[in-house]
Design a protein around this ligand. Structure first.
Ligand code: PLP
Length: 232
């Protein structure tokens, strides 16, 4: 099936009023993104800042770009002028830097807090206690140029269905609790980003509002993954 056919399949399956489709174009050539764009897709997710910046410069300017991969503080400045949503905020330090760069660009940048829900040590994200701590921090309360619009999580790889369902359920339950405690009067806090090609149906069943689909739309990833991955 072509990229356009795959998108049609998703469009018919998802209720656009409750679930947004993020086409994950990481490691795909710009031409593939353009093909999806011509089929009507406007929201794309990327993992790597450099790849994102290069694609953003050469592709149509009305694309909404989401960063879904780990973000180092020293790279925030490259995406701050244009990014629509940073889904992978996993520390207060990072949020403070996003706020600073957003202010420089005279913008407010929407963010999701990434929550660690998987039963693996390889995934980034805040623990359940850490997210509450962050939201209670005075430094967080003072940030004027970031807006927290929800939570994001990645379930364990290759888990049995029950475990995946439980992980998504934990994220949705955490979201509901945080909504009541911290964002009761804030209608912008409404997104639960969970679900990928292999588990999006379970995620929607558990209340996902954003699914991030890569391989089911684009097929195998084409570009080389970067070799080194330095942490800050
Ligand atoms: C790669 C990636 C996806 C998409 O994965 P697929 O299995 O190809 O759909 C979704 N979310 C994140 C955070 C990713 O890194």
């Amino acid at each position: 099936m072509s990229i356009a056919d795959n998108l049609i399949k998703y469009k018919s399956e998802l209720d656009p009023l409750s679930v947004k489709l993020i086409a994950v174009s990481k490691y795909q050539e710009a031409d593939a993104v353009l093909e999806a764009y011509h089929a009507g897709q406007r929201i794309f997710g990327e993992n790597i800042v450099q790849e994102l910046v290069e694609k953003q410069a050469q592709l149509p300017q009305d694309i909404e770009w989401h960063l879904i991969g780990h973000l180092q503080t020293n790279k925030v400045k490259y995406i701050a002028p244009f990014i629509s949503l940073i889904q992978s905020v996993d520390s207060l330090k990072l949020l403070i830097e996003i706020n600073k760069q957003a202010a420089k660009n005279k913008r407010v940048i929407d963010c999701l807090l990434q929550i660690y829900i998987a039963d693996e040590d390889t995934k980034f994200g805040l623990g359940f206690d850490e997210v509450i701590e962050l939201l209670r921090d005075e430094e967080f309360a003072a940030l004027q140029n970031v807006r927290i619009v929800g939570l994001m999580g990645i379930a364990s790889n290759n888990a049995i269905e029950k475990q995946t369902r439980d992980e998504f359920n934990e994220l949705k339950t955490l979201f509901d609790g945080i909504k009541v405690s911290f964002f009761r009067k804030d209608d912008n806090f409404k997104e639960v980003s969970m679900g990928m090609s292999g588990d999006y149906k379970l995620a929607i069943e558990q209340g996902s509002t954003m699914v991030r689909i890569g391989s089911n739309i684009f097929g195998k990833r084409k570009l080389q993954k970067p070799v080194s991955k330095s942490e800050d």
